[in-house]
Design a protein around this ligand. Structure first.
Ligand SMILES: [Zn+2]
Ligand SMILES: [Zn+2]
Length: 186
Protein backbone atom coordinates (compact mmCIF):
# COMPACT_ATOMS: atom_id res chain seq x y z
CA UNK A 1 0.00 0.00 0.00
CA UNK A 2 1.30 3.42 -0.94
CA UNK A 3 1.09 5.94 1.86
CA UNK A 4 3.08 8.91 0.67
CA UNK A 5 5.11 10.61 -2.02
CA UNK A 6 8.67 11.53 -1.05
CA UNK A 7 10.21 14.43 -2.92
CA UNK A 8 13.99 14.29 -2.98
CA UNK A 9 15.64 17.51 -4.16
CA UNK A 10 18.95 17.02 -5.95
CA UNK A 11 20.83 20.31 -5.84
CA UNK A 12 17.44 21.96 -6.01
CA UNK A 13 17.22 25.12 -3.99
CA UNK A 14 13.85 26.55 -4.97
CA UNK A 15 11.66 26.22 -1.91
CA UNK A 16 8.74 28.04 -3.54
CA UNK A 17 8.60 25.52 -6.36
CA UNK A 18 8.63 22.68 -3.86
CA UNK A 19 5.76 24.23 -1.91
CA UNK A 20 3.56 24.54 -4.98
CA UNK A 21 4.47 21.02 -6.11
CA UNK A 22 3.49 19.59 -2.71
CA UNK A 23 0.17 21.39 -3.03
CA UNK A 24 -0.52 20.05 -6.55
CA UNK A 25 0.57 16.47 -5.89
CA UNK A 26 -1.24 16.06 -2.59
CA UNK A 27 -4.46 17.16 -4.30
CA UNK A 28 -3.99 14.95 -7.34
CA UNK A 29 -2.91 11.76 -5.60
CA UNK A 30 -4.61 12.28 -2.22
CA UNK A 31 -1.42 11.17 -0.55
CA UNK A 32 0.83 12.81 1.95
CA UNK A 33 3.71 14.55 0.17
CA UNK A 34 6.91 15.15 2.04
CA UNK A 35 10.41 16.37 1.28
CA UNK A 36 13.31 14.13 2.23
CA UNK A 37 17.02 14.53 1.90
CA UNK A 38 19.19 11.85 0.33
CA UNK A 39 22.81 11.92 -0.73
CA UNK A 40 22.96 11.63 -4.50
CA UNK A 41 26.32 11.57 -6.24
CA UNK A 42 25.52 13.58 -9.35
CA UNK A 43 29.04 13.26 -10.79
CA UNK A 44 28.32 9.58 -11.46
CA UNK A 45 25.57 10.57 -13.85
CA UNK A 46 27.38 13.36 -15.68
CA UNK A 47 28.33 12.81 -19.29
CA UNK A 48 31.32 14.91 -20.30
CA UNK A 49 30.63 14.58 -23.99
CA UNK A 50 26.93 15.48 -23.74
CA UNK A 51 27.20 17.89 -20.81
CA UNK A 52 24.00 16.41 -19.44
CA UNK A 53 23.10 13.99 -16.67
CA UNK A 54 22.03 10.41 -17.24
CA UNK A 55 18.61 10.16 -15.60
CA UNK A 56 18.72 6.37 -15.25
CA UNK A 57 21.85 6.56 -13.10
CA UNK A 58 20.26 9.18 -10.86
CA UNK A 59 17.06 7.17 -10.67
CA UNK A 60 18.87 4.05 -9.49
CA UNK A 61 20.55 6.08 -6.75
CA UNK A 62 17.21 7.60 -5.74
CA UNK A 63 15.44 4.28 -5.28
CA UNK A 64 18.33 2.55 -3.57
CA UNK A 65 17.35 1.70 0.01
CA UNK A 66 13.93 3.45 -0.11
CA UNK A 67 12.42 5.00 3.03
CA UNK A 68 9.41 3.47 4.80
CA UNK A 69 10.24 0.00 3.46
CA UNK A 70 9.08 1.01 0.00
CA UNK A 71 5.53 2.10 0.74
CA UNK A 72 6.13 5.55 -0.68
CA UNK A 73 6.77 6.74 -4.22
CA UNK A 74 10.01 8.64 -4.69
CA UNK A 75 10.33 11.66 -6.95
CA UNK A 76 13.75 13.21 -7.47
CA UNK A 77 13.86 16.85 -8.56
CA UNK A 78 16.77 18.54 -10.27
CA UNK A 79 17.35 21.60 -12.38
CA UNK A 80 20.10 20.32 -14.63
CA UNK A 81 19.49 18.75 -18.04
CA UNK A 82 18.69 15.04 -18.18
CA UNK A 83 19.13 12.46 -20.93
CA UNK A 84 18.79 8.79 -21.58
CA UNK A 85 21.18 7.51 -24.23
CA UNK A 86 18.62 7.04 -27.03
CA UNK A 87 17.16 10.55 -26.65
CA UNK A 88 18.61 14.03 -27.01
CA UNK A 89 17.02 14.97 -23.69
CA UNK A 90 14.20 13.94 -21.37
CA UNK A 91 12.00 16.02 -19.08
CA UNK A 92 12.04 13.11 -16.68
CA UNK A 93 12.13 9.36 -16.30
CA UNK A 94 10.16 6.85 -14.25
CA UNK A 95 10.04 3.19 -13.47
CA UNK A 96 6.87 1.76 -14.97
CA UNK A 97 4.88 0.33 -12.06
CA UNK A 98 7.88 0.89 -9.85
CA UNK A 99 8.89 3.01 -6.95
CA UNK A 100 10.75 5.97 -8.36
CA UNK A 101 10.83 8.82 -10.83
CA UNK A 102 12.87 11.92 -11.56
CA UNK A 103 11.97 15.25 -13.16
CA UNK A 104 14.14 18.15 -14.30
CA UNK A 105 13.02 21.78 -14.43
CA UNK A 106 15.77 22.66 -16.91
CA UNK A 107 13.65 22.58 -20.07
CA UNK A 108 10.49 23.67 -18.26
CA UNK A 109 11.85 27.19 -17.83
CA UNK A 110 10.97 29.82 -20.41
CA UNK A 111 14.53 31.16 -20.07
CA UNK A 112 15.83 27.92 -21.59
CA UNK A 113 14.11 28.91 -24.85
CA UNK A 114 15.18 32.53 -24.65
CA UNK A 115 11.87 33.68 -23.15
CA UNK A 116 11.08 35.65 -20.03
CA UNK A 117 11.05 34.08 -16.62
CA UNK A 118 7.56 32.95 -15.63
CA UNK A 119 7.36 31.37 -12.19
CA UNK A 120 3.66 30.51 -12.37
CA UNK A 121 4.10 28.75 -15.71
CA UNK A 122 7.15 26.93 -14.42
CA UNK A 123 5.35 25.53 -11.39
CA UNK A 124 2.44 24.48 -13.59
CA UNK A 125 4.75 22.67 -16.01
CA UNK A 126 6.54 21.02 -13.12
CA UNK A 127 3.23 19.85 -11.66
CA UNK A 128 2.32 18.31 -15.03
CA UNK A 129 5.62 16.52 -15.51
CA UNK A 130 5.77 15.33 -11.90
CA UNK A 131 2.22 13.98 -12.20
CA UNK A 132 3.12 12.34 -15.51
CA UNK A 133 6.23 10.57 -14.18
CA UNK A 134 4.51 9.54 -10.96
CA UNK A 135 1.65 8.22 -13.10
CA UNK A 136 4.15 5.85 -14.73
CA UNK A 137 5.16 4.56 -11.29
CA UNK A 138 1.50 3.66 -10.76
CA UNK A 139 1.64 1.59 -13.93
CA UNK A 140 0.12 4.12 -16.33
CA UNK A 141 1.46 4.21 -19.88
CA UNK A 142 0.97 7.07 -22.34
CA UNK A 143 -2.60 8.13 -22.86
CA UNK A 144 -4.21 9.73 -25.89
CA UNK A 145 -7.17 11.36 -24.13
CA UNK A 146 -6.91 15.09 -24.84
CA UNK A 147 -5.54 17.00 -21.89
CA UNK A 148 -4.66 13.97 -19.75
CA UNK A 149 -1.43 14.37 -17.78
CA UNK A 150 -0.33 11.03 -19.28
CA UNK A 151 -0.15 12.50 -22.82
CA UNK A 152 3.35 12.04 -24.17
CA UNK A 153 5.30 15.30 -24.45
CA UNK A 154 8.19 15.75 -26.82
CA UNK A 155 8.38 19.52 -26.57
CA UNK A 156 7.52 22.00 -23.88
CA UNK A 157 4.57 23.16 -26.04
CA UNK A 158 3.11 19.65 -25.63
CA UNK A 159 3.28 20.09 -21.87
CA UNK A 160 1.41 23.38 -22.15
CA UNK A 161 -1.33 21.60 -24.11
CA UNK A 162 -2.14 19.09 -21.39
CA UNK A 163 -3.35 19.42 -17.83
CA UNK A 164 -1.87 18.44 -14.48
CA UNK A 165 -4.63 15.93 -13.84
CA UNK A 166 -5.52 12.49 -15.16
CA UNK A 167 -8.42 11.58 -17.42
CA UNK A 168 -11.10 9.36 -15.83
CA UNK A 169 -9.51 6.12 -16.96
CA UNK A 170 -6.01 6.96 -15.82
CA UNK A 171 -7.33 8.25 -12.54
CA UNK A 172 -9.23 5.01 -11.97
CA UNK A 173 -5.98 3.05 -12.33
CA UNK A 174 -4.18 5.28 -9.84
CA UNK A 175 -7.08 5.11 -7.39
CA UNK A 176 -7.10 1.37 -7.54
CA UNK A 177 -3.34 1.12 -7.03
CA UNK A 178 -3.45 3.44 -4.04
CA UNK A 179 -6.44 1.59 -2.64
CA UNK A 180 -8.71 4.53 -1.96
CA UNK A 181 -11.91 3.93 -0.18
CA UNK A 182 -14.31 4.70 -3.04
CA UNK A 183 -16.87 6.33 -0.76
CA UNK A 184 -14.31 8.87 0.34
CA UNK A 185 -14.33 10.42 -3.12
CA UNK A 186 -16.76 12.61 -4.94
ZN1 LIG B 1 5.89 9.30 -20.15
ZN1 LIG C 1 -5.39 9.36 -19.43
Amino acid sequence: MIRSICLIPIEFAETKLLDSLIFYLSHTFHLQVEVRQKKIIVEEAFSRSRRQYNSSILLSQLIDDPPDSGDCKILGLCDFDLFIPIFTYVFGEAQLDGIGAIVSTNRLRNEFYGGRKNSALLSERLAKEATHELGHTFGLTHCSHPGCAMNFSTYVEDIDEKSAIFCRECEAVVRQKIGYDKTAFH
